[in-house]
Design a protein around this ligand. Structure first.
Ligand code: ADP
Ligand code: ASP
Ligand code: MG
Length: 436
């Protein structure tokens, strides 16, 4: 059984939604994961912010504007009065729920309920549309099987044990529709897998049911060798290993949610990145295989903070790094890059929630310097220890750009550089023109 995920632009208009059946083969048993209609989650984020700020009039205006969009959407999606009326009921239900939150005490629990409405709307409307055109389908509520634990980690066994019976209930049915992004947390509350999380849903379902393949359908023909929003003339990459894809996703290639590769990797499920606007294009295939002798792709991750801890006590001391890492562990802050010298260590983080506390604790070890507005540039390719010349080519390509950190040798397929965010565009362009 395959899992097909369609992103926001792939369901972004009634025409697009109708065209999904050019790709989805209704004669095959498969699970279709849908994102919210493009722009919806951003609007829901704004509505949540308005409520949190106590600005109910602003929330009401935002809700009304979003509802208007959906009124137009259903006018075009449905042909007959009966189904248009059903569509209207769906919209009324979800928007009444959004407006109704004005009466409650508003916390981040309610905020997550708001964020979930986008995927609930898109999947329900699509389900009603399939009914109208006479294509049988079953709508599976993701909140019944998608779960994260106390550490916000998805639980694959839970997905397997809760999704399998739902599928078995409908042995005759081929097409199953479900929501990307949304889940329940360890308290049973509505939660989500973070922005862009529908990719993660697809991969988790793929892992949960040991799917034969996961397909991520989006608005571009696969993973490109550089960020197409910044660099002209980028090219799709035909084949990537799970490790390479994970690295690119984590370091900024927006086409994939950062964690979405891991469940598929664990159960060796091939992932294909495909283009809804050009279904014949080859896209990218992600498997265990890696193409050798190649620099493959470049990605960039912004909003990075660099921290340098300098200490003469570090000289010849063992246990120093452990104590430094323990500080970050206590504040549940993960470290991306690290470089060390005999008397200093530099590292980077992207989550600065606890930066003040972290800084205060690190100061007990020595002097601490913090630099914001940094960008990690990640070059992915075959950097095996038997290779020579690749690192030199990378550094040569950006010799005119000041480098704050270089990380090489952590894995065989990545070289990371830290530059000021102001230098990012030039760094990406220069690397692109010299490496590809
Ligand atoms: P969806 O809504 O389908 O999930 P996203 O907007 O999340 O789509 O991801 C697709 C977008 O990712 C592309 O339109 C492209 O602009 C952006 N992108 C960034 N880096 C890359 C890359 N290396 N390769 C392909 N797309 C990328
Ligand atoms: N709708 C969610 C978002 O915009 C999840 C997704 O599209 O993957 O982040
Ligand atoms: Mg996405």
């Amino acid at each position: 059984m395959k899992v097909l995920k369609f992103g926001g632009t792939s369901v972004g208009s009634p025409e697009r939604m109708k065209k999904l059946l050019d790709i989805v083969d209704a004669s095959q048993r498969q699970i279709v994961v849908l994102s919210a209609v493009s722009g919806t989650t951003n609007s829901l984020v704004e509505i949540g912010k308005a409520y949190l700020a106590g600005d109910k009039p602003k929330a009401a205006l935002l809700i009304a504007a979003l509802k208007d969009k959906y009124q137009f959407f259903i006018q075009e999606l449905f042909a007959g009065e009966q189904y248009l009326a059903q569509g209207k009921e769906v919209i009324d239900y979800h928007f009444n729920l959004l407006s109704g939150l004005a009466n409650d005490l508003f916390t981040n629990i309610e905020e997550k309920v708001i964020l979930a409405q986008g995927e609930l709307l898109s999947t329900t409307l699509y389900h009603v549309y399939l009914k109208e055109i006479g294509v049988p389908s079953v709508l599976l509520p993701a909140l019944d099987f998608m779960k994260i634990d106390e550490d916000n980690e998805p639980v694959v066994d839970y997905i397997t044990s809760h999704l399998t019976p739902l599928l078995e209930k409908h042995p005759e049915n081929n097409l199953f529709i479900t929501q990307g992004y949304i889940c329940r947390n360890s308290f049973g509350e509505i939660d989500n897998l973070r922005r862009g999380g529908s990719d993660y849903t697809a991969s988790l379902i793929g892992a949960g049911i040991r799917s034969e393949e996961v397909q991520i359908w989006t608005d571009i023909d696969g993973m490109h060798n550089n960020d197409p929003r910044i660099v002209k003339g980028t090219q799709p990459i035909a084949q990537l290993s799970f490790d390479e894809a994970a690295e690119l996703a984590y370091f900024g290639a927006k086409i994939l949610h950062p964690q979405s590769v891991f469940p598929a990797q664990r159960y060796k499920i091939p992932v294909r990145l495909l283009n809804t606007m050009d279904p014949q294009a080859k896209g990218t295939l992600i498997t265990n295989e890696s193409e050798k002798n190649k620099i493959k792709s470049i990605a960039a991750k912004d909003d990075i903070t660099a921290i340098r801890i300098q200490s003469t006590r570090m000289l010849l001391a063992y246990g120093f790094l452990r104590r430094v890492f323990e500080v970050f562990e206590r504040y549940k802050t993960s470290i991306d890059m690290i470089t060390t010298s005999e008397v200093a260590v530099s590292l980077t983080i992207d989550d600065t929630t606890y930066i003040k506390d972290i800084e205060a604790e690190l100061t007990t070890f020595g002097s601490v310097e913090i630099e914001k507005h940094q960008t990690i540039i990640c070059v992915v390719g075959d950097f095996g220890t038997d290779k020579h010349g690749y690192a030199a080519r990378v550094l040569e390509a950006i010799k005119h750009i000041p480098l704050r950190m270089i990380s090489y040798g952590g894995s065989e397929h990545n070289l990371s550089l830290l530059v000021k965010t102001d230098e990012k565009t030039e760094a990406l362009r220069s690397l692109h023109s010299r490496l590809f």
